[in-house]
Design a protein around this ligand. Structure first.
Ligand code: FCB
Length: 470
């Protein structure tokens, strides 16, 4: 075991991430319009215990305190998303009061010496645009580019890093096919149209921002995975892994970095009409050069197409509902799992990063940032509210070691954002799954850094992982 600290390259960016709907609350204040998540949370059974983001962490009213917390944790950067419906309640008309909230937040961050890192879209489409077809409609991509330009006009003098979408796979497949995320639709053809229009929206926004600000750093965040065959000796398992890799990874990476959708995936979904929504020139817009790729990594999985070959519990990780319809399912490998039921597989992160560098980002000269990585566990606070979350701390440690190995392999990774700064509204799980470096007592809104948060603040300050066991 390594007995000296593992140092990261000078300038490695240490941060934490959040998303607007998960922390802001103030859902009906300051002229904010409704988003698809406000509406989805009212659907009976959609979210555990009918939780919603009406109050969440009340960050809208506590941003100054939360920025102080970030400074105390030695964070160099903060990745947050903008609520489109707060800034443009009907999706098109600017709301100065909503925009002013983000302008204040940016000023607070800069005053604390923290780099603001913007995600323009973390899943909360204005409901008014969903009513016109949502991401299944091409027009939404154009509205997104207009929104990007408006936000950049307001904040571009102070914010230099702009990312377009967070995890378009989730928006498209869980929102429009599985129906377990907003807007709750179960229409595979709409999900594929949404994939294309999300990517087109990304490309149109990049084009608009580039025109407005050629010096800005522009990128996108994808949730990527490593999909292994449960048994590499079985053709069905190899095909299962190919399908998951195709729809989760290559469906997004190939258009962005190569200007084409993967032929095998297009053939798999040929009956669902995706070809008809792709117009000439779209892929040129989608594949414009980027300045960074954000990677969210939580777990990799093994897959099979064999109906009942592997005894054991049902898997916890949803593959795309489209591949599930093809008979693909996840096979638990007996690895330890997090509170979400996700297998803990840090070596998968190294494999993923190395593959990205080899096949996509390396040839394009695009640096990688880990924009999310983290874990939910059942936290048990002591009488003072302190959580000694050794399992989460170990999760961060193991994954950062994997990042360090990738760096040694020559992969251009420039930073890491823990998910998440605060315990928050974990979508369909409501407030039951806690991912924070900092505990939130939802009764009092008190924030209490966990053991993992204190540990992470030392890692960020020293730009190094302590020696194993240290
Ligand atoms: C990611 C999301 C983030 C959070 C984590 C646990 O897929 O981007 O908002 O829910 O998962």
């Amino acid at each position: 075991m390594n007995s000296s600290p593992l140092t990261f390259p000078a300038g490695f960016l240490w941060g934490a991430a959040t998303a607007a709907y998960q922390i802001e609350g103030a859902a009906h204040e300051g002229g904010r319009g409704e988003s698809i998540w406000d509406v989805f949370c009212r659907v009976p059974g959609a979210v555990a215990d009918a939780h919603n983001g009406d109050v969440a962490c009340d960050h809208y009213h506590r941003s100054a305190q939360d920025v102080g917390l970030m400074r105390d944790l030695n964070l160099a950067a903060y990745r947050f998303s903008i609520s489109w419906a707060r800034c443009m309640p009907d999706g098109v008309t600017p709301n100065p009061e909503g925009i002013a909230f983000y302008s204040r937040l940016v000023d607070q961050l800069l005053a604390a010496g923290i780099t603001p890192w913007i995600t323009l879209y973390h899943w909360d489409l204005p409901q008014a645009l969903e009513d016109k077809g949502g991401w299944a409609a091409r027009e939404t991509a154009e509205r997104f580019a207009d929104y990007a330009a408006v936000m950049h006009e307001a904040l571009g003098d102070r914010v230099r890093i702009w990312t377009t979408l967070n995890e378009p796979w989730v928006s498209a497949f869980l929102g429009y096919a599985a129906g377990i995320h907003a807007p709750g639709r179960q229409d595979p053809a709409a999900a594929l149209a949404a994939v294309h229009h999300l990517l087109l929206g990304h490309g149109l926004a990049v084009r608009a921002l580039r025109r407005q600000d050629p010096e800005a750093t522009l990128g996108i965040t994808l949730n990527l995975t490593v999909a292994d065959p449960a048994d590499p000796g079985r053709d069905g398992d190899l095909d299962a892994a190919r399908r998951v890799d195709g729809q989760s990874n290559r469906m997004f990476l190939d258009p962005l970095f190569r200007g084409e959708y993967p032929a095998d995936v297009l053939a798999d979904v040929a009956h669902l009409g995706m070809a008809e929504v792709v117009r000439p020139g779209d892929l040129d817009i989608i594949s414009q050069p980027l300045d960074l790729l954000g990677v969210n990594y939580y777990h990799g999985d093994a897959f099979t197409k064999d109906p009942a070959p592997h005894p054991g519990p049902a898997g916890g990780a949803p593959a795309s509902p489209l591949v599930a319809a093809d008979g693909v399912r996840q096979v638990p490998r007996g690895l330890p799992v997090t509170g979400m039921g996700w297998e803990i597989q840090p070596e998968g992160l190294r494999r993923l990063l190395n593959r990205l560098q080899r096949e996509y980002t390396g040839p394009a000269g695009v640096p990688i940032y880990i924009t999310e990585n983290g874990a939910a566990f059942e936290d048990v606070p002591d009488a003072d509210g302190f959580v000694d979350d050794q399992a989460r701390l170990a999760f961060f440690d193991q994954h950062l070691r994997a990042v360090h190995e990738s760096l040694a392999d020559g992969v251009d990774v420039r930073g890491y954002f823990a998910w998440s700064l605060l315990d928050n509204f974990e979508w369909a799980f409501g407030y039951h799954q806690r991912f924070g470096l900092v505990r939130v007592d939802y009764e009092t809104q008190r924030r209490i850094p966990k053991a993992s948060g204190l540990w992470y603040s030392r890692v960020a300050a020293s730009n190094a992982l302590p020696a194993a066991g240290g």
